[in-house]
Design a protein around this ligand. Structure first.
Ligand code: HEC
Length: 167
């Protein structure tokens, strides 16, 4: 066998070994740390709220606690202000917000809404109807809780409470 052919076979063998090791790793239950995307709407909504960042802004103290916050407090809004050229915004208490909305109203609103920064409305708009419905059903099932977030302040007003300053 010529040397280049021998090298080719050696490479093919090591590639095959690499792939089978990778497949074994991927199939091993011990390395699967992320749960599968749930099928049930409420469970899917919970999963989406947790993984797409809604809690990061809409749940007071969620980041500081590295996500270890009682679920009863999820999405009850925050009194941390986000101050920039748009004024000062406060992440809405979604537990109260969804209580006043039908599922059909939510689906229609989510497709057109453009709240002020730093709300990433474009991420919601990119979600499927299934995902938007699931978020709605999860928050509805959790029920209303907490107090409304502070009211929006127009540019030029200094918030009384804590706030993050954007340039
Ligand atoms: C980076 C922070 C941030 C993240 C992440 C975030 N939001 Fe918001 N959200 C806000 C702020 C701030 C407001 C209030 C904006 C305003 O006053 O105009 C808001 C407003 C809203 C509103 C009210 C819209 C309206 O028309 O009144 C909804 C609904 C909402 N967010 C849902 C969500 C959902 C669902 C997620 C997760 C997919 C999410 N948000 C992620 C910051 C955030």
């Amino acid at each position: 066998m010529n040397p280049s052919k021998r090298l080719g076979i050696a490479l093919a063998v090591s590639l095959a070994e690499g792939i089978s090791a990778w497949v074994a790793l991927a199939q091993s239950p011990s390395v699967r740390t992320t749960p599968e995307r749930p099928g049930d709407a409420v469970a899917l909504g919970r999963y989406l709220v947790k993984t797409t960042g809604c809690n990061d802004c809409h749940t007071s103290g969620y980041n500081a606690a590295a996500g270890n916050l009682a679920e009863a407090q999820w999405l009850t809004g925050d009194n941390l202000g986000w101050k920039g050229p748009w004024g000062t915004t406060y992440a809405t208490n979604l537990r109260l917000y969804f209580a006043g909305l039908t599922e059909a109203q939510w689906l229609a609103h989510a497709r057109v809404m453009e709240p002020r920064p730093p709300m990433p409305w474009f991420n919601l708009r990119a979600m499927s109807d299934t995902d938007l419905r699931a978020i709605y059903r999860y928050v509805k099932a959790a029920g209303p809780a907490g107090e409304p977030a502070p009211a929006y302040l127009p540019p030029g007003k200094t918030p009384a409470g804590p706030f993050v300053q954007f340039p």
